[in-house]
Design a binder for this molecule. Structure first.
Ligand SMILES: Nc1ncnc2c1ncn2[C@@H]1O[C@H](COP(=O)(O)OP(=O)(O)OP(=O)(O)O)[C@@H](O)[C@H]1O
Length: 330
C-alpha cells in the first residue's frame, strides 16, 4: 500500500558550541493510511523533534535535510501558507501538556471551532453544532460540559479530551500524539489512550504515538520504531518486535518499563532495572554505535555505525550484536 507519510533520511541540526549538533541523524520510516505506529525512546532521543519536523514547527535555528512526504507533498519544500493549510486539516497533533497547549483565556468551544472556520469554512451555526458533536464524541457531553467553559474549569484528563476534539475537528489523515498521557494519572491515562485508539480507528486516521513507555506502545501500535540519540535503532511490527526484541537498548527499555506486563503477561521481575548512563548530548554523540557506551554487549567493532539491517520479515535492527529471540540483556 502507498504510504501516507514517508520520512526519508531526516536530519535536523542546531548550531552547537563546538560544532553542529545533530538532534536527528538520518531518520527514515513510513506510515500507511490508517496505520498506528509507535515511536519510543528515552528523553532526548529525538521523538518530539521528529513530530515537530513533520508539523513544520521546529524551533528557530534548526536546519533540516531529507524528505518528508505526505502523499504527494514534500513538507520540507512546501511554502508556509500551504503548510499552514495542511496543519489541522491533514495532520493534527496532541501535545504532552494540554494546559500549555490550550489558550487559557479563550473558551474551549472557540478553540475547537478555530480549525472549523479556517479549514472547512463552516458558518457560525455549523461550527456550534460541530463543536457540540465533537465534545460529545470525546466524552464531554452537554449539558454537563459547555463549549463556553475555559480550560481551567476542566481536569487534566478533560483538557486532553478537548485537545483530542480539536485534533479531530477537520478529520485529518494523520494524528500525532506526543506523550499525550504524561501529565495524567494512571486511570485517566488508560481512558485517554482508549479514546485515541477508538477515534482514530473509527475514522480511519493513521496514528503516530510518541512515548517513552514501551507498555503504551504495546497497547496502541501495530508497528514500532525505537529511537536512540537521534537515530532509529530498531523497527518492527509490534508482533515481531515484542516476540523478540533484538537491540540491547530496546531490551533495556523493556526491563525499565513499569508497564512491561502489558507486553508480556508472564513477566516476573523483582524490581525495575534502569539502563546505566544517559543519552549522549547531540554534540557528544559518537560516530559509531550511539548506544555503545551504555551497552554490555559492545565490542571493538561498535566504533563503526551499525546499519539498520533486516533481521527477518517486518523487523530491522541497527546492532552488530543483536539479541537472539528469548535472550535477555545482561
Ligand atoms: N531548541 C533547541 N535547540 C537545540 N537543541 C535542542 C532544542 N530543542 C531540543 N533540543 C535537543 O534535541 C534533542 C532531542 O530532543 P527531543 O525533544 O526531540 O527529545 P525527546 O525524545 O522528544 O525527549 P522528551 O521525551 O524529553 O520530549 C535533545 O538532545 C535536546 O536537547
Amino acid at each position: 500500500m502507498a504510504s501516507l507519510l514517508d520520512v526519508r533520511d531526516l536530519t535536523v541540526t542546531f548550531p552547537g558550541k563546538t560544532g553542529p549538533a545533530h538532534v536527528l541523524d538520518g531518520v527514515s520510516f513510513a506510515v500507511a493510511p490508517g496505520e498506528a505506529v509507535g515511536i519510543v525512546g528515552e528523553s532526548g532521543c529525538g521523538k518530539s523533534m521528529t513530530a515537530l519536523a513533520i508539523m513544520g514547527l521546529l524551533p528557530p535555528g534548526a536546519s533540516v535535510r531529507g524528505q518528508l512526504w505526505l502523499g504527494s507533498d514534500d513538507l520540507l519544500v512546501l511554502p508556509e501558507p500551504a503548510l499552514c493549510d495542511l496543519r489541522g486539516r491533514r495532520i493534527a497533533m496532541i501535545f504532552q501538556e494540554p494546559m500549555t497547549a490550550l489558550n487559557p483565556v479563550r473558551t474551549i468551544g472557540d478553540q475547537i471551532a478555530e480549525g472549523l472556520a479556517l479549514h472547512l469554512g463552516l458558518g457560525r451555526r455549523g461550527r456550534a453544532d460541530r463543536v457540540r458533536e465533537l465534545l460529545d464524541r470525546v466524552g464531554l457531553p452537554s449539558p454537563r460540559f459547555s463549549p463556553s467553559f475555559y480550560p481551567h474549569e476542566l481536569s487534566g484528563g478533560q483538557r486532553q479530551r478537548v485537545m483530542i476534539a480539536m485534533a479531530l475537528a477537520c478529520e485529518p489523515d494523520l494524528l500525532i500524539a506526543d506523550e499525550p498521557t504524561t501529565a495524567l494519572d494512571v486511570t485517566t491515562e488508560a481512558r485517554i489512550l482508549d479514546l485515541i485508539l477508538e477515534v482514530t480507528a473509527a475514522s480511519g486516521m493513521a496514528l503516530l504515538m510518541i512515548t517513552h513507555d514501551l507498555g503504551i506502545v504495546a497497547e496502541t501500535a501495530e508497528r514500532v520504531l525505537v529511537m536512540y540519540a537521534g537515530r532509529v535503532v530498531e523497527e518492527g511490527t509490534a508482533e515481531r518486535l515484542f516476540a523478540g526484541m533484538a537491540h540491547p537498548y530496546t531490551a533495556g527499555l523493556f526491563a525499565a518499563s513499569p508497564h512491561a506486563v502489558a507486553i508480556d503477561p508472564g513477566v516476573r521481575r523483582p524490581r525495575l532495572a534502569a539502563i546505566p548512563g544517559t543519552v549522549p548530548e547531540p554534540e557528544e554523540r559518537p560516530t559509531g554505535c550511539p548506544f555503545a557506551e551504555r551497552c554490555s554487549r559492545r565490542t571493538p567493532m561498535c566504533i563503526e555505525p551499525p546499519p539498520l539491517a533486516a533481521l527477518g520479515e517486518g523487523h530491522c535492527v541497527a546492532c552488530f550484536h543483536p539479541l537472539a529471540v528469548g535472550e535477555g540483556v545482561s
